[in-house]
Ligand binder design. Structure first.
Ligand code: NAD
Length: 295
């Protein structure tokens, strides 16, 4: 299938590579020329704008930082909607707010294109391994159409409900992830400063009731999990500023629903403080360093 992929960052690049590996003809666009060259070397075709990239597409995927970027890429002067043939599905895998996803779906529908929100979880490791979970907000027909394409990039393709519900699932998951990473950071830092070997502590937590993904797959303490960003200087994972963005989405959505988010609000302030200290580009598990300042 001819697939257009826009947004070749930490997540998008490995996802686009998996589409190529699955035998699709992939056309790419990104503002960063180096990201484009790397994909061209892997077999993709480069385009000069989102509109040009989508001109011959049979399927479009976007993987961009936030709603404003998705809006610009889809509806801008050189945007996808100004090039893509009618009827071609557009699937946005960025994490954005449910209301923006619904608004973009309406704009795409006005051009004759079905739109699904399909944010992912699984991190950069899952993107590279093709084991992401996709949370899809779409009608049944569009979900069935998107499923085989998404299966080249992910293991679990879950239909969450109508447009926007994929983003609802995603922001609720990331709210919990933000909080659990801080919890694991507190426990690991306390244990280390009280004199237990952090590896022994992690082993106990991971076979006890404190076990969670932040502890057993992505532990923030360096040297516990070889493949986690903590073991490579907190590089190449899910940035503090992206986590802050997701917490903002959850808190905004909660306001609209009159739903209190106590721990979410505290987590937001901790990541905000860490970002303010110049650490916004580090992986979010670096939040453990807030607990490791010299005293
Ligand atoms: P990233 O910042 O690494 O990549 C974003 C890419 O989009 C960059 O290559 C950038 O040049 C490109 N871009 C920005 N504006 C553009 C435009 N107008 N036109 C074309 N390209 C443009 O981000 P990422 O880590 O790949 O995350 C992408 C999305 O996936 C975010 O919404 C994030 O919240 C979500 N997400 C990330 C992870 C993770 O572990 N990194 C996990 C799940 C979900």
């Amino acid at each position: 299938m001819r697939i257009t992929f826009i947004g070749l960052g930490n997540m998008g690049a490995p996802m686009a590579r998996n589409l190529i590996k699955a035998g699709h003809a992939v056309t790419v666009f990104d503002l960063n020329p180096q990201a484009v060259s790397a994909l061209v070397e892997a077999g993709a075709r480069a385009a000069g704008s989102p509109a040009e990239a989508a001109r011959e597409a049979e399927f479009v995927v976007t993987m961009l930082p936030a709603a404003a970027h998705v809006e610009a890429v889809l509806t801008g002067l050189q945007g996808v909607l100004n090039g893509v043939p009618k009827g071609v599905p557009i699937v946005d895998s960025s994490t954005i707010d449910p209301a923006s996803a619904r608004r973009l779906a309406e704009k795409a529908a006005a051009h004759g294109n079905p739109f699904a929100d399909a944010p992912v979880s699984g991190g950069t490791g899952g993107a590279a391994a093709g084991t992401l979970t996709f949370m899809v907000g779409a009608d049944e027909a569009l979900f069935k159409q998107a499923q085989p394409v998404l299966q080249a990039m992910g293991q679990n393709i879950v239909h969450c409900g109508g447009t926007g519900t994929g983003q609802v699932a995603k922001i609720c998951n990331n709210l919990l992830l933000a909080i659990s990473m801080i919890g694991v950071s507190e426990a690991m830092s306390l244990g280390a400063s009280l004199g237990i070997d952090p590896k022994v502590l992690a082993g106990i937590i991971n076979t006890s009731s404190g076990r969670c993904w932040s502890a057993d797959t992505y532990n923030p303490y360096p040297g516990i999990i070889e493949t986690a960003p903590a073991s490579r200087g907190y590089t190449g994972g899910f940035g503090v500023d992206l986590m802050l963005k997701d917490l903002g989405l959850a808190i905004d959505a909660a306001k609209g629903a009159h739903q209190p988010l106590m721990l979410g609000a505290v987590a937001q302030q901790l990541y905000q403080m860490w970002s303010q200290q110049g650490q916004g580009k580090l992986d979010f598990s670096s939040i453990i360093q807030l607990y490791q300042q010299p005293h």
